[in-house]
Design a protein around this ligand. Sequence first.
Ligand code: AMP
Ligand code: DBH
Length: 531
Amino acid sequence: MLEGFTPWSQKISNSYKQKGYWLEETIYGFLQKAARGHREKTAVADSFRELTYAELECEAESMAASFFEKGVRSGQTVVMHLSNSVTFAIAFLGLQRLGAIPVLALSSHREREILHFCRISQASFYILSRDVRTDGCSSMVSAILEGMPGLEVIYVEDMKRGSVSCPRPNPDPSDVALLLTSGGTTGLPKLIPRTHNDYLCFARESARSVRLSKDDVYLVALPAAHNFPLASPGILGALASAATVVFSKSVAPDDAFELIQKYRVTVTSLVPAVARLWADAKDWMPEDLSSLRLIQVGGSRLMPEHSRQLRSAFGSIVQQVYGMAEGLMHLTEIGAPDEVVDNTQGRSLSVDDETRVVGDDGRDVPVGSVGQLLVRGPYTVRGYFRAPEQNKRSFTGDGFYCTGDLVRFTPDGYIVVEGRVKDQINRAGESVSAVEIEELLITHSSIEDAAVIAVPDEMLDERICAFVIIADGYDPVDRLEIRHFLISEGLASFKVPDDVRVLKRFPATAAGKTDKKALLDIYEKTKNAVE
Ligand code: AMP
Ligand code: DBH
């Protein structure tokens, strides 16, 4: 068993197996079986190539052999940093075939995050594609190597076809199959260990809930390494259903619409800001999008008004999805009434998702009241990877994950997400930790103190506003200077504050802590003056 992973108890594992949630199969074995009988069907495609199921398996076998020749072994963790393309699927499946455990970095992660992932996972290999590297930061790889001198860098483009056949490992399906990354509240992203059993359960249940079949074509528009397009039902749900997966380079209508028309895409998943962008673009772009039967919208709050606008642009094919890389997913069922789609985030995937809504004191609040959502179930993790201190805060003694989300349930049992307990900013569907930016800001020589908050934004859902106090005798800083500084420190550009305000001191709560609510008020009051 991978050290640093918190397993379910034997008793609970047995009950999930008995109930048929955990099938005791590996991800690779399960997908291989699902593809039988569909060998000549298109499995994956992007703007450059298409592979049938037979070809995909062949490529994954070859990739596994090449990784093996490079020294990658079963049970090892490997940081995988690829953009959206057929190669993503081949590399992911190649690692699964080999029994290696990918840490799925998002393509916009940079050296700060990648080094952190390498350190926690003790990865010896870093697999990346050239377009990720050159995407705005050519010095990334040298910075990573400086921080991790022994790390072996593998560019997927340079991989020769493996000539040896690699051993066929037999991983335990209860063991970790992959590590997802989370936005994180206390600095850098946490790693989330998902097992073969629980992740397959998640992908299968998601596919079932949206009635995915071999006739569906799923478009990956969000970053493929994110849990939403990866398995909700996403790539894995589609491959498990013998459907076709099409990779779009980005969420931009210019990239995605052509592929939707060409492959007659039926299902895709988007964050709210992108869904709204598509609704606008749809009016002036020439492509035919009529093949779409389902647009999943999730990752951050979709306001009722925006849901109505989306439905009027796309028809009743909009589905709200509330999910998290830690597991639990809720969605509005296909055919749900408009009021449900506009005003709620639906029901949970499984009757065995046990949820509680608690107040600050940790006690359950009455049904219908707002509180923090806690959850445990057959596809929700019991701990972050190698993060004992964080786990004390985020998991209860009896295994509930404390989501940090404030929710309530309607009398009909639908969930409504009201906000977040944790101090996190949801910018265009990406979770950004205020603390991480604050910690980095105060390393700037001019900055004495920093407080970062989320402020509402029409297009991004939330934007990042940094309040700073300038150290005595130092020059003030502006947004551009801060941007330059944070990027040079290796921060991903989506985490760079959109606004900067200089204050003499921060407002404080009665307990003496920085009062972020008051900061938001200051922002609102000064907004017009600055603009
Ligand atoms: P991540 O760390 O990227 O896995 O983000 C998971 C978090 O995104 C959840 O805990 C929620 O705070 C937020 N989230 C995801 N989907 C929704 C949604 N439909 N509405 C509101 N918040 C959401
Ligand atoms: O935001 C998320 O993490 C998310 C959103 C929708 C997710 O993990 C998911 C669906 O599975």
